[in-house]
Design a protein around this ligand. Structure first.
Ligand SMILES: [Zn+2]
Length: 512
């Protein structure tokens, strides 16, 4: 070997060593707190649905091309005053970019104990506003193009009652407790839907939240996002929660909760809670099976936390909030209780992950959550159980009988309307449950029978993975179906739009 060659070889060896050692030092110095493997795993989780969609998707979702860019943020600082049963708070709301002059907010607490607005500021100056028990109407002094931030101080009285928002038996159920920016459709603000004593009269947009709450020590909280900080101040605690892209921020707290917690294979922190030991193990069991079923059928859950909370009798019936499923302890005596719990957990996929304007299209998330509950029963107890459920559903449907847990099986016909109706057009609970829950369950079953399992579940997976962390409308569901089985869109439309008697006559043959 010549001297020159030898020198070059030495140079290459020492050069490679230097590169190797520098890389090693950089890997050690720059090591993220969670470690490289966890970081790469997290990145893969984010990217994986995209790889998957590339092979599955045939067209892009066309629901709302601007939806990626719209960001609404709420920064809330509040104090829970347990002595006076009040929440005293300050919220800084930053709206997505747009043209603004009048900005309405929905106030959801009961008009009997309405939220009080203390002040509204824009650019550190008092803004003009009008308030009634249902809405806060802010008027900017000039038309503003951009992304305005409004600072609102409010006091929300907390009813001492087992109502959806209230304190009962030591459980503080804090939902829709701050001013919520109204929803626009076709450039116009929608008036707050009037509650009718049933169903969900709620409308709101996805938003990023930072919430800080001061409260007396000793509380356990279940929230729409993970806690990122806890600070103790004498007899008080302050907890800060942070979560992006949720439809609202709900807190359920009590000093008396018993809880069980675990982490799923996907890294989601699951909590199950109740004030008593009764049914707690059973609830853990139902929750685990439901999460497994929905993850397998649709895809991974989109958020880092999910809580399932059993409430005392005399509070909620059963209700979903972002990353929170609630139900009354009385549910175990309904006969259909396990199915309704599975329904509430399914809302974490349909309503939370894939968002809906519930009051405008109740059937969209209710139908999917309720059909999911049948899939839970099928996966857990077998195909025979699924078939028996569908048979029972068909009987209720064709005989036009009540489907709400309160009126199950009671004759309620004739039902003449169709499924596609907003909450606002219903006057009673019976036809709401019949058209918005029961009829869509049979719709999905009928589609499955026509498409076969492979295509049917590809359609639901497609719809889920393409729309996670977005708000969907009927068009998005149609697109997902058209991607997988374009000929079946007609069948979907038949189920959604046909007057009830006409639909029964047309589909009867499929269910004989
Ligand atoms: Zn529901």
């Amino acid at each position: 070997m010549s001297d020159r060659k030898h020198k070059r070889k030495l140079f290459l060896v020492s050069g490679s060593m230097t590169v190797f050692l520098t890389t090693l030092v950089l890997l050690l110095v720059l090591r993220p707190t969670q470690g490289w493997l966890t970081l790469l795993e997290d990145k893969w989780k984010v990217l994986q649905p995209r790889f998957f969609l590339d092979t599955l998707a045939h067209t892009q979702t066309e629901g709302n091309p601007e939806r990626e860019t719209k960001t609404l943020t709420y920064m809330i600082d509040a104090e829970l005053d347990t002595q006076n049963h009040e929440l005293k708070g300050h919220v800084a709301v930053t709206l997505p970019s747009g043209n603004y002059r009048d900005i309405p907010f929905y106030l959801y607490p009961s008009p009997d104990q309405p939220m009080r607005i203390v002040s509204v500021e824009w650019n550190q100056r008092p803004a003009h506003y009008r308030v009634d028990p249902n809405q806060l109407q802010v008027k900017l002094p000039v038309s503003y193009k951009g992304s305005p931030t409004l600072d609102i101080r409010f006091v929300t009285p907390i009813p001492r009652a087992g109502t959806r928002f209230g304190e009962f038996n030591g459980i503080w159920s804090l939902d829709y407790w701050y001013p919520i920016v109204a929803v626009q459709r076709d450039g116009k603000w929608i008036q707050k839907p009037v509650p009718k004593g049933f169903g969900d009269p709620f409308l709101m947009d996805l938003a990023n939240y930072t919430v800080r709450l001061r409260y007396p020590k000793g509380f356990t909280w279940f929230a729409s996002g993970p806690a990122v900080q806890e600070i103790s101040y004498g007899s008080q605690m302050v907890t800060e929660w942070k979560i992006d892209s949720v439809r609202n921020f709900t807190l359920i707290g009590s000093p008396t909760f018993l809880k069980k917690q675990w982490k799923t294979a996907d890294g989601v922190d699951i909590s199950v809670a109740s004030q008593t030991d009764n049914h707690l193990d059973q609830l853990v069991d139902v929750t685990k099976h439901a999460i497994d079923t929905y993850t397998k059928r649709y895809g991974a859950f989109a958020y880092p936390v999910l809580s399932v909370v059993q409430m005392p009798e005399g509070t909620v019936f059963a209700h979903e909030y972002p990353n929170l499923a609630l139900f009354s302890r009385a549910i175990w005596s309904w006969g259909t209780g396990e199915r309704w719990i599975a329904h509430e957990i399914a809302h974490a996929w349909w309503f939370s992950s894939v968002g809906t304007y519930k009051a405008l299209d109740p059937w969209l998330d209710e139908g999917l959550a309720d059909y999911s509950a049948r899939l839970y029963l099928e996966d857990r107890y077998g195909k025979e159980r699924y078939r028996a459920e569908i048979k029972q559903d068909w009987t209720l449907f064709v005989e036009q009988r009540g489907y709400s847990p309160r009126d199950l099986g009671r004759s309620i016909g004739p039902i003449t309307k169709q499924t596609t109706q907003p909450y606002m057009s219903f006057s009673e609970e019976d036809s709401y449950y019949y058209l918005e829950y029961l009829r869509p369950v049979l719709m999905y079953h009928d589609l499955r029978m026509h498409m076969g399992d492979d295509k049917f579940f590809a359609f639901l997976k497609q719809f889920y993975l393409k729309n996670r962390l977005h708000t969907v409308s009927r068009a998005d569901l149609e697109h997902a179906l058209a991607d997988v089985a374009p000929d079946e869109v007609q069948r979907l439309n038949l189920w959604l739009d046909s007057p009830n008697q006409e639909l029964i006559a047309k589909v009867q043959g499929d269910f004989q």
